[in-house]
Design a protein around this ligand. Structure first.
Ligand code: M3P
Ligand code: FE
Length: 311
């Protein structure tokens, strides 16, 4: 499909309780590359195969969770148009000046009815993935450090009003619904997976009474073998695993959910499938999430932490 509008998830800014412990986790165990620290003390990291300066920003705070999640858009004209469209839809937007985040251009920020801050931006310094653009090798040394995911892939957020959130993403930002879980009423959605691309999801939401919650940031691996290797590395380093390695029925992703030292969940996964915007969304019943294998296809059970542990 043509890649216009919103291109991809660009950054997740997360709060951690102890910065250096978090840096050790994200840089040395997960295996991201540290790309900078700013005057506020925030630490910037990227996955080895990402080309832009950062995809995870760590900020020390007294509670864990998500400060904001950003998407890169095609260009400045797209940014202006999307800001106008968000305003016309009735949302308040705020411009954050270029440079407020290291190596990052102007950002347009708005708050979702779920209580999450979402940002759009058109420019972030391309630092490259360490490979030449002419006749490159397939990987670098950085791809052998820790778990070493190739990119930040998506996030799953918990909060209220996800029907409204779905409308904003699909009617204003050009996303489409790929999969959903029905609430026990069999009418409204309890969870939604939406894509702005050919990926099975770029962002997902679960209906939840408390606003602004993070379920997980997710990082992509290339193979099932790498997912199993990730679980070995987690175990070797005492990283608490929540679920997996297993496969989600929903999205078909082969996954591990685990926690960073502050209790923020992260996912390392591979696979899924490649949907198109004209596909009929896949629907799971509420029972299907557990007994139907939506969450955990081999075990067909609703792990209690899935619905209760968020930051
Ligand atoms: C995902 C994810 C579930 C399927 C999830 C698929 C929770 O990649 O974690 O968002 O059933
Ligand atoms: Fe996920």
């Amino acid at each position: 499909m043509a890649m216009t509008g919103v291109l991809r998830p660009g950054h997740g800014a997360i709060r951690v309780l102890d910065l250096e412990e978090a840096v050790h986790h994200y840089r040395d165990i997960l295996g991201m590359v540290e790309t900078g620290r700013d005057a506020q003390g925030r630490v910037y990291l990227k996955c080895w195969d990402e080309r832009d300066h950062n995809s995870v920003v760590l900020r020390q705070a007294d509670r864990a969770g998500l400060d904001f999640f950003g998407f890169k858009v095609r260009d400045k004209a797209t940014l202006d148009k999307m800001e106008a469209d968000l305003k016309a839809y009735g949302l308040k937007t705020e411009r954050i000046p270029a440079g407020e985040m290291l190596a990052t251009g102007e950002r347009v920020r708005f708050e979702l009815p779920s209580g999450h801050l979402i940002e759009l931006y058109a420019e972030k310094k391309a630092v490259g993935n360490g490979l030449q653009v002419t006749n490159p090798a397939p990987w670098t040394k950085a791809s052998e450090n820790g778990i070493a995911p190739v990119r930040l892939d998506h996030c799953l957020l918990y909060g209220p009003n996800i029907a409204e959130v779905q409308k904003i993403f699909t009617e204003v930002l050009g996303f489409y619904l790929v999969e959903r879980v029905l609430a026990p009423d069999n009418e409204t959605n309890a969870a939604i997976w939406m894509s702005c691309s050919h990926k099975v999801h770029d962002i997902a939401f679960v209906e939840h009474p408390e606003p602004g919650k993070l379920h997980h940031l997710s990082f992509l691996l290339d193979s099932w073998e790498e997912v199993l290797r990730a679980s070995d590395i987690m175990s070797m380093n005492g990283v608490p695993i929540d679920i997996g390695p297993t496969r989600h029925g929903i999205t078909r992703g082969c996954t591990i959910y685990a926690f960073d030292p502050s209790g923020n969940r992260f996912e390392t996964f591979m696979g899924g499938y490649q949907p198109y915007p004209d596909y009929e969304p896949t629907t799971w019943t509420f029972d299907g999430l557990g007994a139907g294998g939506g969450l955990d296809y081999p075990q067909r059970k609703l792990h209690e932490t899935f619905l209760t542990v968020v930051t």
